[in-house]
Structure formats: structure tokens, C-alpha cells
Design a protein around this ligand. Structure first.
Ligand code: B3K
Ligand code: ZN
Length: 844
């Protein structure tokens, strides 16, 4: 397959003035009639995308067309096309029941649903399936099913049919249709200018009592977008549908969001605190797309970060406002490092705005999303809150109704603030994570910080010119008072110094506060300095970061020198853990040990080949040392944080549970699981049920509890996913592959369901020491299943293949094994474009 290049972009030579679609639904033979009203804009043939469509009829202005489509679409020669407006009609037959790829129109648990982003609409009918072609849609659905939904507003309905009209011109990727036996959880909303909106969350009968949190999150999102961004909703209805079989989290189709059911359904008994937080964030994310994505969309798929980076940034702001900014920032940085830094350091590294792809679905990545959001955070830091607000207002007025580019976005900021963003644009075009090293100097009351930035080459980009990096810095004096509050230093050169004058004593610097740029900060600080910042930094992110850096230094020495954790780290951490003036959620985060994958990356960057078993063993010793240090306080910590009264999913209560479970996890290392076993039995919510079970599995116990869990939850797909995942995630390194393999033979394992597949295979790669066990068993099993899944669901297979992206970190034996598996995948007959591109890029 040929790559698509950004530089090849050409506008579409026709305008679609309206699209009228009629669906006659049938599981294996759905008929789709489309009538497109078109006008020529420039010379050329009319090329329509279309894949796997059985053509029943084609016509132009009512005259039958005898044309045969090729494998990817249909060309109507320019000579056949009249001068003025004209109408193209097609009737095609498609087979939703056979659609296991879950792209286009497919069936899930007896209902019809669609997923069109990025290029699924071409599997429904012939159309210019590209985001810069925007048109109003009219849709008629014919089916015996009771609930028939599409985008926009309902127009009319009768027995066996319904009609919808979406007045807002939209690209085909935002098209959606749902038909099923569904029930609604409803609410009303009135926008600030007085438009009443009927809100509904559609689920399978029996699930309607698990929608309250999602609905509440939706209402808060709608209000927040009005208050913070001045954005109002623009239709009479807003529908959300939950489906069990879905390739990703959710989809922002205009007026009809479709969600993976795991990000909608929640009750205290079935959802953990993390689930609640994710539901809130994803509901908000999809809702916010209504303006950043739908009203203003992308000119082409290279501009994906235009909507995704911005919408992630917005959902992060929202979650921070709803919960705690400090805790949210730490969690976001943990995710960024775990997913995006890892991606940026390996063979799949690509710019936030890539310039070529083979399969666009492979570019819905941590780089486009999470780094895309960081880039917006930096812009905001550079232009200030007011500049940001002015620029966003201009963006919405200037580009509403358009398909825009990153150049348009940056121009808005330049026009609104007068700033030249030429250098800043490198954040969009250059891949790789800059490493910033710091040195300091103290002389006669002047403190100097000197920074150097360097970015390693990434695939196709050998040279990395310096970027503009906003480095937020504060200075503390030796007694812990802040003498210079947070100041943003703008680094633009490869090496640059910044001076602070007139200081009485040599200060302690707090650098990259709030994680002001997505860089690796390399500062060789003493353990005393780190402990000092952990105790005194006024910036909550850097306070946490100091503890994390200290822990990583300790863990690195444990792995490489066989050292044991000394009292500095233990005492410093114990002080934070027991400091009741701090937010329990923050204390729980401080107690979380560095992850094994993160440690492997850090060692690799320091020139040490990581040994996954050694990291695993050292991390366990580290946990035990911490448990021993806190032993006297652990039982009280566990007991006193118990929430009185009924469960509430708010951040305060969740933070208390997080700290309580952190204490339980430490306790488990000392009492052979006694406390965890009784906590499991006493649990009245899923957070504690899963938390206690994980503690037991970590020490090789929990078999009885797994049985109880299964007996209680077997009828619940989303909860059973946890049962599958926990066993694999917490298996001992030598048993992880065998555990996963055994679970793939479980009667409830179903590779056609992406959640279930991920709960086993995703969990296997999430168990770092298990995945990289020297037997190679996990590598083999993963490759076997990717090869098996690929013909069924290439998108999910390709996504899961990123388990292998870190091969270059490891020793020669592991490298050879992983490369061997990637070669085996590449040689699989009939390999998809999706998985083929991924395996090829990983092999380099
Ligand atoms: N825009 C969708 C993702 C579509 C993925 C297509 N492979 C969800 C989101 O980012 O909100
Ligand atoms: Zn999105």
C-alpha cells in the first residue's frame, strides 16, 4: 500500500450541497440509498470513495450510469458531468452482521451501530469520504426495531421508520446511525441563551440505572463549555448510545455520540473510582468535540491533532476544575510518560502532525492526543491566560463551519497576540522528546541556571533544531520559603542561561513546575535536594516530582548496584504519606512506586540495558522496605480513611479510597494478605473489591476471591473484563503468559469483543516482567493472537501491536525474539494494511 502525504493535499473539485440517505436495515443485507446534490467547483472527474459495496444501481440526474467501481471507489468521468448543480444517486447493499472490523455499519448485541472516523463511511455508501467535504444530511431509517437514531434533530417517525435532519454541515466521518431495542435515561438542559435540549443516554434494557453518573457528567460538561469557552450546544437533542463492541473509547458523531459501554455504565458496585473519572473525562471530551472537531473540523487527517490535542486539553482542564488540578496534572503526566514518551523514544515516533501515513487509524496515538494537548498547554503558558482566551474566541469566530489546519490555528494565535510562532511550530512538525539538562552557578548574589536541549533523531528526522521551551521555575531559600515565585523562562536556543540577581543565599531551584513542557528534565540533584523539594516545594507537581525522582534514583541503584533503599528516601516519603494537611489523593500518588516499564526506559536512556526481572524484583524489595518503614501507621491509615455513609464517586472520597488502598497494598507485603482478604469480603464498592483482589494476586494468593468474584459478576461483561485483566496483570513474571493463554480458552473469552481481547492481551503487555520474560512465551502468544485477530479486526490488532514498540531497549536475546515475532507477523498471509504498517515501522 502506498503512503499518503500531507504535501499531496488537493481540494475536492465538487461541493456537496446536501446528502439524503435511506437505510433499509437488515442484518446481512442492508440497502443504502443515497442521493447527493453536487456542484462543480473546479475541473476534474468525480471520484467517490467506496469499499466492499455491492452496487444495485447508480444514476446521474436520473439517468442510469453503467460504471464499475474499483476496489476503493468509483470514478465518474468529467465528460459525464453537467455544468450546473446535479444529483448523483446510488443504491448499494452491505452486510452489517459480517462486519467484525467494527468500522462502517455493524452489529453489536442485536443493535445496529456505526463507526465512521476516520474512513468508515466509504463502507456504507459511495461518498467523498474526506473531512474537508462538509454537507447537511437527511437520513431515513427503515427497520422494525423500536429505537432509530441518527445525527441532528428528529424530523418525523412512524411505525417502522424515522427521519432525521442535521442542519450543521459535517464531514462524513461524523455520520452515525443506531437502531436497536434500547431504553433511555433522560434529562433536560437549557442552554444559556435559552435553547431547551432533550438529553438521552440509550442503553440495553436493564442498564438504565447505571447512567446517572454519565448524565451528570454530560450536564456539567455542557455548562462548563458555556462558562469557560463561551460555547453553546446547537441542536434540540443530544443522544449518547452505549455499545459493547467498540474499537476505542467513544465517538463524537454530531448529536449522537456512540460510546464503548465501559465509559458510560457505572454504579458504585460495578465501577471503580478510576472508571468514574474516565467516564467523566470521556463524556466531556466527546461533548467538547461539538465545537472543537465538529463545528470546526480538520481539513485532512494530517491535522488530526487540531481537534484531538485541543479537545484533550479541554477535557483535562475540565477534569481539573471538577476535581483537583494538582492531582489531575500528576496523573496526566504519568500517562504522558508511560505512553507518549515511550512512543516518542522508539520506532513508532512521529510528529504531533505526521506528514505521511499508510493507514490513518494507526495515528490515533498518544503523540497526536496527549502530546497534542501538551503543545496547547505550552502555547497557553507562552501567551498567557488572556492571550489564550482571545485567541480561542478568534478561532471560533474565524473558522466556524470550516475544515481547518494547524497553520490556521497558529495564525489565530499570531493575530490575537502579535507573537511570532515560527519556532513554536516545530512542536507540530518535529518528533522526539527533547532532553533538557540543567546546571547552575552561584556567585555574589547571582544565581544562574544554564539549560541545554537535545533531541535524538527519530525515524525520517535526523536533525533536530532547537525548540522554544517554556520552563517554569521557582526558587526557594534554604529554609524552605519561596523567594522567586513561578516565572516562565523561554528557552529558544540549544543552550541558554538565565540569571536571578540580588539573592541573599544560594537558592534551591524548582524547575519545570507544573510540567511546563513535555521534555525529559535531566538534573543531577542530590538526594538531600530532592527530599528538600518533596518537603517544601510550593508547586504541587514538583513536590510530587521530587519524590518520584528520589524513588527512581533509589530504584535505579537497587537494580544496577544491588543497593537497598536508605533512610533518606524512606523518611522523606513517610513524612508525605502521613502528612494530614495534604490531600489524600496526592499522598496516594506519592506512595505509588515508579512503574517497571518507566524504569526500563529510564535505565535505557542512562545507557544501561534493562533487565525486566531485576527491575521487578527490586521494585518488590522497595515496596517491602516502604511497608516496613510505615508498619506502625499502616493499620490506622487503612482504617481511619474508611468513608462513612454511602458511596460517592467525587474526587475527595476517591482520594481517601486511593490512600486507603495504597496502605492496604503495603500492609499486604507484611501480613500475607490477611487484611486484604478481609477487605475483599467487607468491600461494598468495586474500587475496594478490585483493590483488595489486586493486593492478593500480587502475593500469589486470591484464588478463592477470584472464584467469588466470578460467581458474582459472570453476567456482567464490563465487570468480567476486570476479572480477566487482573489475573494477567498481577501474575508472577514466569506465569503471566500461561495465565493469559489459559484465559483465552475460557468460555467467556471472545476475540471479537475488543474490550475482552484487550483485557487479556493488553494486560499481558501491561505486565512488564511477564511480557518480557526471557522464555519469550508472552512475545509468542501475543504475536499468535495478533495474527489471529488481524483478519477479524485489523484496527484493534494494529493498536495492540504497540506492545512490541520498545524492543530496542532490551538485550540481544529479547531483541531477536521480538524482531522474530514482528517478522512472523509481517509474513502472515493476507496481513492488513493496519498491522502491516505497524510491524513494518517497528522493524524499521
Ligand atoms: N475521534 C474518536 C476517535 C476515532 C478513532 C478512529 N480510529 C474519539 C475521540 O477522540 O474522541
Ligand atoms: Zn477526541
Amino acid at each position: 500500500p502506498q503512503p499518503v502525504h500531507l504535501s499531496d493535499y488537493r481540494p475536492f473539485p465538487f461541493r456537496v450541497e446536501g446528502a439524503e440517505l435511506t437505510f433499509r436495515l437488515n442484518p446481512s443485507a442492508t440497502r443504502v440509498l443515497s442521493r447527493l446534490h453536487l456542484v462543480r467547483q473546479a475541473p476534474g472527474d468525480l471520484r467517490l470513495d467506496g469499499e466492499r459495496l455491492e452496487v444495485l444501481s447508480l444514476s446521474l440526474n436520473g439517468q442510469p450510469l453503467s460504471l464499475t467501481p474499483d476496489a476503493t471507489g468509483l470514478t465518474i468521468p468529467a465528460a459525464l458531468i453537467p455544468e450546473g448543480p446535479f444529483t448523483f444517486e446510488a443504491e448499494v447493499r452491505i452486510d452489517p452482521a459480517a462486519n467484525t472490523a467494527l468500522e462502517g455499519l455493524y452489529m453489536s448485541g442485536g443493535m445496529y451501530c456505526t463507526q465512521c472516523e476516520a474512513e468508515g463511511f466509504r463502507k456504507i455508501t459511495f461518498y467523498p469520504d474526506r473531512p474537508d467535504v462538509m454537507a447537511p444530511f437527511r437520513v431515513r431509517i427503515e427497520s422494525d426495531l423500536p429505537v432509530l437514531l441518527s445525527n441532528g434533530n428528529p424530523v418525523a417517525q412512524g411505525t417502522g421508520w424515522a427521519e432525521w435532519h442535521d442542519p450543521w454541515p459535517k464531514p462524513a466521518y461524523l455520520f452515525a446511525l443506531v437502531a436497536g431495542d434500547l431504553v433511555a435515561h433522560r434529562a433536560d438542559f437549557v442552554t444559556r441563551s435559552g435553547r431547551p435540549v432533550d438529553l438521552a443516554i440509550w442503553v440495553r434494557p436493564g442498564d438504565q440505572d447505571r447512567c446517572a453518573y454519565a448524565m451528570d457528567s454530560l450536564i456539567r460538561s455542557m455548562r462548563w463549555d458555556e462558562e469557560v469557552y463561551g460555547r453553546e450546544y446547537d441542536l434540540d437533542v443530544f443522544n449518547i448510545v452505549a455499545v459493547d463492541d467498540f474499537n476505542m473509547g467513544a465517538m463524537e458523531n454530531k448529536g449522537l455520540n456512540i460510546f464503548n459501554s465501559k465509559y458510560v455504565l457505572a454504579s458504585p458496585e460495578t465501577a471503580t473510582d478510576d472508571d468514574f473519572a474516565r467516564i467523566e473525562a470521556i463524556i466531556a471530551h466527546e461533548y467538547f468535540h461539538n465545537w472543537t472537531g465538529n463545528r470546526i473540523t480538520c481539513r485532512d487527517w494530517f491535522q488530526l491533532c487540531l481537534k484531538e490535542g485541543l479537545t484533550v486539553f479541554r477535557d483535562q482542564q475540565f477534569s481539573g476544575d471538577m476535581r483537583s488540578h494538582a492531582v489531575k496534572r500528576i496523573e496526566d503526566v504519568l500517562t504522558l510518560r508511560a505512553r507518549q514518551f515511550r512512543e516518542d523514544a522508539g520506532p513508532l515516533a512521529h510528529p504531533v502532525r505526521p506528514d505521511s501515513y499508510v493507514e490513518i487509524n494507526n495515528f490515533y496515538t498518544a503523540t497526536v492526543y496527549e502530546k497534542g494537548a501538551e503543545v496547547i498547554g505550552m502555547l497557553k503558558r507562552l501567551v498567557g491566560d488572556e492571550g489564550y482566551a482571545t485567541a480561542l474566541d478568534l478561532y471560533f469566530t474565524r473558522h466556524d463551519g470550516e475544515a481547518a489546519t494547524i497553520e490556521d490555528w497558529l495564525k489565530v494565535f499570531e493575530d490575537a497576540t502579535g507573537r511570532d510562532l515560527t519556532q513554536f511550530a516545530r512542536w507540530y512538525t518535529d518528533a522526539g522528546t527533547p532532553r533538557v539538562t540543567v546546571s547552575d552557578d552561584w556567585q555574589d548574589g547571582t544565581y544562574t541556571l544554564t539549560f541545554r536541549q537535545e533531541t535524538q533523531p527519530t525515524p525520517g528526522q535526523p536533525e533536530k533544531p532547537p525548540r522554544v521551551i517554556p520552563i517554569a521555575v521557582g526558587l526557594l531559600n534554604p529554609n524552605g520559603d519561596e523567594i522567586v515565585p513561578t516565572t516562565v523562562l523561554e528557552m529558544t536556543e540549544a543552550a541558554q542561561s538565565f540569571r536571578f540577581e540580588g539573592l541573599a543565599a544560594k537558592p534551591v531551584p524548582s524547575i519545570l513546575r507544573g510540567f511546563s513542557a513535555p521534555v525529559v528534565l535531566d538534573r543531577k540533584a542530590s538526594p538531600e535536594e530532592r527530599a528538600f523539594l518533596l518537603a517544601h516545594d510550593t508547586d504541587p507537581f514538583n513536590k510530587w516530582e521530587a519524590g518520584r525522582a528520589l524513588a527512581k534514583d533509589v530504584l535505579a541503584r537497587m537494580v544496577t548496584e544491588g543497593a537497598e533503599p536508605g533512610p533518606d528516601w524512606l523518611d522523606a516519603l513517610a513524612r508525605v504519606a502521613l502528612d494530614e494537611s495534604l490531600d489524600p489523593a496526592f499522598r496516594a500518588l506519592a506512595l505509588r512506586l515508579p512503574g517497571e516499564d518507566d524504569m526500563a526506559q529510564t535505565l535505557h536512556e542512562a545507557g544501561v540495558t534493562p533487565d525486566p526481572q531485576a527491575i521487578h524484583a527490586a521494585r518488590r524489595r522497595m515496596g517491602r522496605a516502604l511497608a516496613l518503614r510505615l508498619r506502625p501507621q499502616l493499620p490506622a491509615l487503612f482504617d481511619t480513611l474508611r468513608e462513612p455513609g454511602p458511596f460517592t464517586p467525587d474526587a475527595r472520597a476517591a482520594g481517601r479510597r486511593a490512600l486507603r488502598l495504597a496502605a492496604l497494598s503495603l500492609l499486604t507485603r507484611l501480613d500475607e494478605g490477611q487484611a486484604a482478604a478481609s477487605a475483599y469480603r467487607a468491600a461494598d464498592n468495586m474500587t475496594e473489591e478490585v483493590g483488595a483482589l489486586a493486593c492478593l494476586l500480587d502475593i500469589g494468593r486470591g484464588q478463592e476471591e477470584l472464584g467469588l468474584f466470578q460467581a458474582r459478576w459472570q453476567g456482567d461483561r464490563n465487570v468480567m473484563d476486570k476479572w480477566f485483566a487482573l489475573q494477567v496483570l498481577h501474575a508472577a513474571p514466569g506465569e503471566a503468559a500461561a495465565t493469559a493463554e489459559r484465559l483465552t480458552r475460557h468460555p467467556q473469552f471472545d476475540m471479537k469483543n475488543p474490550n475482552r481481547f484487550r483485557s487479556v492481551m493488553g494486560a499481558l503487555s501491561g505486565n512488564h516482567a511477564g511480557f518480557h520474560h526471557i522464555s519469550g512465551a508472552a512475545y509468542r502468544l501475543t504475536a499468535d493472537w495478533l495474527i489471529r485477530l488481524d483478519p477479524v479486526n485489523p484496527q484493534t490488532a494494529a493498536r495492540m501491536s504497540t506492545a512490541f514498540e520498545t524492543w530496542a531497549r532490551y538485550d540481544a536475546d529479547r531483541q531477536a525474539m521480538i524482531r522474530g515475532e514482528l517478522q512472523r507477523i509481517l509474513a502472515a498471509p493476507g496481513l492488513s494494511r493496519d498491522l502491516g504498517e505497524m510491524a513494518g515501522r517497528m522493524l524499521g
